[in-house]
Design a protein around this ligand. Structure first.
Ligand SMILES: *Cc1c(COP(=O)(O)O)cnc(C)c1O
Length: 389
C-alpha cells in the first residue's frame, strides 16, 4: 500500500535510543554480560509508600472516572505547597499548576499551543530530544543554541541570530542538564528571564533533575527569579525524583496563560493522569525528602566510583553536581562518539550513549548513566581500563 508518513514525522531526527536498544538486545540475546549505562531510567523501585498509596486510591471507585482536565485539586494543591516549601515560589493551584502524563508530555505539547507554522523554538544542543520533536510536530522550526564546554554548557544568548530571534516564541532551558550534567547559577536564570522579556519569548524550563543533586547543591527555580513567572513555566517530573518513570506523572507550573494553553491542548488529546496516580503523586511529594536523601547518596557513590575510577585509568572528567549522568570527552584516540560507543559495546560489553545522539554539538562526548549498582560501575571501569589501556 502507498501509505506515507507525514512530512512532520519524516522531519524528526532519528530517536537514537531505539537504535541503541536494538544493539543492546542483540548483544544480550547472544548471551553477553552487558552493563547498561545507556538510557536514564532509575534502576531502583518506586518507594513502597507510593505503591501503597496507588493501591488504596485504586480501590476507590470515584477515582475510576475520567480525571478533570486540569488535574485533581488535591494534587495541584500539594504541588503548589511543594513549590512553596522547596523553592519559595507561591503558586495558585487553580491557574498555575497542571499535572502531566510525565513532563515529556507537557514539554512536547507546549509548542502545539503556541507555535504557528514557521515560528521558531530556541533549543539547546545537545538536548533531551522532545524539545525538537515537539517543535517539529507543531510545524515550528528548531533553532539550535550550542552548549559548549568552554561556556560551562550554557547557551550563549547573545549569539542567537537576529533572524531566528524575530520568529522565536519559545526558549527551552534545562538545568540541571541532560545530557551534559551541567548546572547553572541563578544569574543565568535571571539573564534568561530578562532576555525572554526583551524578545517576547516564553521560557520552558525543564527541571526534571532539580532534586537529583550532590555535595549539598540545591538548584533554585526559574519561577523564583525576577520576572520568571511572567516569562515562563517550569516542568517537573516524579520520574527521576521518585523512581517513577513508568507511572507517567509530572507537572508544569508557572505562567497562567501558558498553563491554560497547555491544558487546552491536553484536553483535546489525552484526558489527564489517572486519579489514583495523582493521589500516589501526592504521597511521592510527601515522602520525597526522605527518599532523596537516600537515593542521592546512592547516585553520588556511583558517580564517585565512575569518575574516580576513570581518572585512575587516565580518563579525567569533572564530577557533576547533579543528575545521574556523567558527560565525558571521548578518549583522545577517538573522533566519533557513535564509533566509540560501538567499540565499547563490542569489546567491553558496556552500553553508553554517543553524545551526537542528543544533537550535533554532542559529538565528541559520550554519556554514562549512573543507573546500575556501584559494583557494576566498578566492573565497567575495569573493562574500560582494559579496553583503553
Ligand atoms: C527524563 C527527563 C524528562 C521527563 O521525564 P518524564 O518521565 O516524561 O517526566 C524531562 N526532561 C529531561 C531532560 C529528562 O531527562
Amino acid at each position: 500500500m502507498g501509505f506515507e508518513f507525514s512530512d512532520r514525522l519524516k522531519k524528526l531526527p532519528p530517536y537514537l535510543f531505539v537504535e541503541i536498544d536494538k544493539a543492546k538486545r542483540k548483544a544480550r540475546s547472544e548471551g553477553r554480560d552487558i552493563i547498561d549505562l545507556g538510557i536514564g531510567d532509575p534502576d531502583e523501585p518506586t518507594p513502597q509508600e507510593v505503591i501503597e498509596s496507588l493501591y488504596k486510591a485504586a480501590q476507590d471507585s470515584k477515582n475510576h472516572h475520567y480525571p478533570l482536565d486540569q488535574g485533581s485539586s488535591v494534587f495541584r494543591e500539594r504541588i503548589a505547597k511543594w513549590y512553596g516549601d522547596r523553592f519559595g515560589v507561591e503558586l495558585d493551584p487553580e491557574k498555575e499548576v497542571l499535572p502531566l502524563l510525565g513532563s515529556k508530555e507537557g514539554i512536547s505539547h507546549m509548542p502545539l499551543a503556541f507555535l504557528n507554522p514557521g515560528d521558531v523554538s530556541l533549543i539547546p544542543d545537545p538536548c533531551y530530544p522532545p524539545y525538537k520533536g515537539g517543535t517539529i510536530f507543531a510545524g515550528g522550526t528548531p533553532y539550535l543554541m550550542p552548549l559548549r564546554q568552554e561556556n560551562n554548557f550554557l547557551p550563549d544568548l547573545n549569539k542567537i541570530e537576529k533572524s531566528a530571534l524575530k520568529k522565536a516564541k519559545i526558549i527551552y532551558i534545562n538545568y540541571p542538564n541532560n545530557p551534559t550534567a551541567s548546572t547553572c547559577e541563578k544569574g543565568f536564570l535571571e539573564d534568561a528571564a530578562i532576555f525572554a522579556k526583551k524578545h517576547n519569548l516564553m521560557v520552558a524550563s525543564d527541571a526534571a533533575y532539580s532534586e537529583v543533586t550532590f555535595d549539598k547543591y540545591r538548584p533554585g527555580s526559574f519561577l523564583k527569579v525576577e520576572g520568571g513567572k511572567d516569562a515562563g513555566v517550569e516542568f517537573h517530573s516524579l520520574s527521576k525524583t521518585c523512581n517513577m518513570t513508568g507511572w507517567r506523572v509530572g507537572f508544569a507550573c508557572g505562567n497562567e496563560k501558558i498553563i491554560s494553553g497547555l491544558a487546552k491542548v491536553k484536553s483535546n488529546i489525552d484526558s489527564g493522569v489517572f486519579n489514583a496516580i495523582q493521589m500516589a503523586g501526592v504521597t511521592a511529594l510527601d515522602i520525597s525528602d526522605k527518599h532523596l536523601t537516600r537515593m542521592n547518596r546512592v547516585y553520588q557513590e556511583r558517580r564517585d566510583a565512575l569518575v574516580d575510577g576513570l581518572g585512575k585509568i587516565g580518563w579525567n572528567i569533572k564530577k557533576p553536581k547533579a543528575t545521574f549522568y556523567v558527560w565525558a570527552n571521548l578518549p583522545k584516540k577517538y573522533k566519533s562518539s557513535i564509533e566509540f560507543a560501538k567499540v565499547v559495546l563490542d569489546k567491553a560489553n558496556i552500553v553508553i550513549t554517543p553524545g551526537v545522539g542528543f544533537g550535533e554539538n554532542g559529538e565528541g562526548y559520550v554519556r554514562f548513566a549512573l543507573t546500575v549498582s556501584r559494583e557494576r560501575i566498578l566492573e565497567a571501569v575495569e573493562r574500560l581500563g582494559k579496553l583503553l589501556g
